[in-house]
Design a protein around this ligand. Structure first.
Ligand code: B12
Length: 433
């Protein structure tokens, strides 16, 4: 297509890790076809270092990582100007070459400890005395066509303005001297569109969650999905391997669930929500009217509602379905700041970067029944969807896994009964070898 249309530049955008591998594939394919069209790389999950180490070596044409869309105009102008194109290409190639060399020497210096040692330094929780709350509702529960009106109060508006490149915190941004006028107009338009979605029932939200009894077995968490026949399934987690300062543990999410030897029952929650049902049809209508503004607005609102739904459902689970925090009283601001007990890490986030764990999550939740699909590269469709786990222990906290070593990944592949190279492919950005 790009060759047929004689395009000047190809741009690739990556939101989640699996897109990174796809970008390497595209670069290889372009080389194979002896193309010379410059390749621009951008999006939340991309980085200069990944572009330099993984993508640039696969393509002889110019490969440029652009951090911010506003930078793409000057870079694109240089790349289409015959006088500056070659210069920029050789400048970036040599910059990336240096980054690759520095990266290799830094990798060798990384201060990682053996996984056996990291496991000994797990989070210490006094399980003997821990109060574990049995959920009021166990098993799987669907929430079909959840009212959008109820989700509105859970919206975190600050990222909404970031989508429109307006920086500042809500609600202050509405009266900001510089961007206040524009922010207010966007906010009013957004609320009018939300009113319309509710009236027409054109945008719909559905979700599902499940609460299962669970125990940790090493770095894994085993859930019993059928108490009668004792059918179990296992979620696999990774442990921090960087050498820690004294008294700081090497975290793993399994540390927040009762270990199997203690003889107590604990619980793990699973969830998937979407607020993107019907969005495609809404966007098609806007496209037909060449109304780009409304199309972007609809997508931005669906993303906000998905996040709001994740927040609202977590709130309901804590206070009603699981009920371990039934006396919780928090303002919306406190909810956004996550000042509640428990966490809801999502596969792909820094504490559990393995997107492939969504496979089992989706199977157990039967999320497809709600209209949420998992693509072959573990992205969710509709895009405005979130899925993850609920941990209830008061000491459960978010953390960044950081880099991990081969000893852990080899063991992880065995636990997942997966080929090492497959595991390495999906976890490429966190491998330190
Ligand atoms: C909003 C958001 C969401 C929304 C919307 C997602 C969507 N449909 O786009 C929701 C809530 C639905 C969501 C869900 C998920 N998310 Co999310 N999300 C974000 C967040 C907070 C902002 C992304 C965003 O839209 N930014 C605004 C846009 C405008 O910025 P941008 O994408 O970076 O693009 C800018 C530049 O990068 C550049 N650019 C982008 N592309 C290109 C291309 C070219 C060629 C050029 C030149 C420039 C360029 O231009 C833009 C403007 O400057 C990021 C964290 C972050 N701060 O980046 C996480 C983030 C992307 N999400 C993440 C994850 C893991 C997920 C989930 C998998 C979690 C889960 N298990 O549910 C799901 C996946 C959803 C799916 N459909 O599969 C991770 C990805 C990590 C990874 N390495 O894989 C991030 C980085 C958070 C984190 N720190 O861990 N997410």
């Amino acid at each position: 297509m790009a060759i047929k249309e004689k395009v000047d530049i190809i741009g690739l955008s990556g939101l989640i890790t699996p897109s990174l591998d796809e970008m390497v594939h595209v670069a290889k394919e372009m080389k194979h076809r002896k193309m010379d069209i410059p390749l621009l790389i951008g999006g939340a999950t991309t980085s200069r270092i990944h572009t330099a180490v993984k993508i640039d070596p696969e393509y002889d044409g110019a490969v440029v990582h652009v951090l911010d869309a506003s930078r793409s105009v000057p870079v694109a102008s240089e790349l289409i100007n015959p006088n500056s194109k070659a210069n920029l290409k050789s400048k970036v190639k040599s910059e990336y070459n240096k980054l690759r060399t520095d990266h290799t020497s830094k990798q060798q210096l990384k201060n990682l400890i053996p996984i056996a040692e990291a496991r000994k330094n797990k989070v210490q929780i006094d399980w003997e005395h821990a109060q574990i709350h049995k959920p009021i509702v166990t098993g799987r529960k669907e929430l079909v066509n959840y009212p959008i009106e109820e989700l509105r109060s859970y919206i975190d508006w600050t990222p909404f303005f970031q989508t429109w490149m307006l920086h500042g915190r809500y609600p202050g941004i509405l009266s900001d001297a510089k961007v206040g006028g524009e922010a207010k107009k966007l906010f009013d338009d957004a609320n009018r569109m939300l009113d319309r979605f509710s009236e027409e029932k054109s945008l719909r939200a559905s979700g599902v969650f499940a609460l299962y009894s669970a125990q940790s077995v090493g770095d894994d968490v085993v859930v019993t999905i059928n108490e009668a026949n004792k059918q179990t399934e296992t979620f696999h987690f990774l442990r921090q391997q960087v050498r820690k300062a004294q008294n700081l543990p090497n975290y793993c999410l399994s540390d927040f669930i009762v270990p199997s030897g203690i003889g107590k029952a604990d619980y793990l929650g699973l969830f998937a929500v979407t607020a993107g049902l019907g969005l495609e049809e809404i966007c098609d209508r806007f496209k037909k009217d060449h109304d780009d503004y409304s199309e972007i607005m609809a997508k931005a609102l669906a993303d906000r509602l998905a996040e709001a739904f994740a927040e609202a459902l977590h709130h309901k689970v804590r206070t009603e379905y699981w009920g371990y925090a039934n006396e919780e009283v928090l303002s919306n601001d406190q909810l956004i700041k996550e000042e509640y007990v428990g966490i809801r890490p999502a596969p792909g986030y820094p504490a559990c970067p393995d997107h492939t764990e969504k496979q089992l999550l989706f199977e157990l939740l039967e999320a497809e029944k709600l209209g949420i699909k998992l693509t072959e590269s573990y992205a969710m469709y509709p895009g405005a969807s979130v899925s993850g786990f609920y941990f209830s222990h008061p000491e459960a906290s978010y953390f960044g896994l950081g880099k991990v070593a081969k000893d852990q990944i080899s063991d992880y592949a065995v636990r997942k009964a997966e080929k090492l190279e497959v595991v390495e492919k999906w976890l490429a950005p966190i491998l330190s070898y």
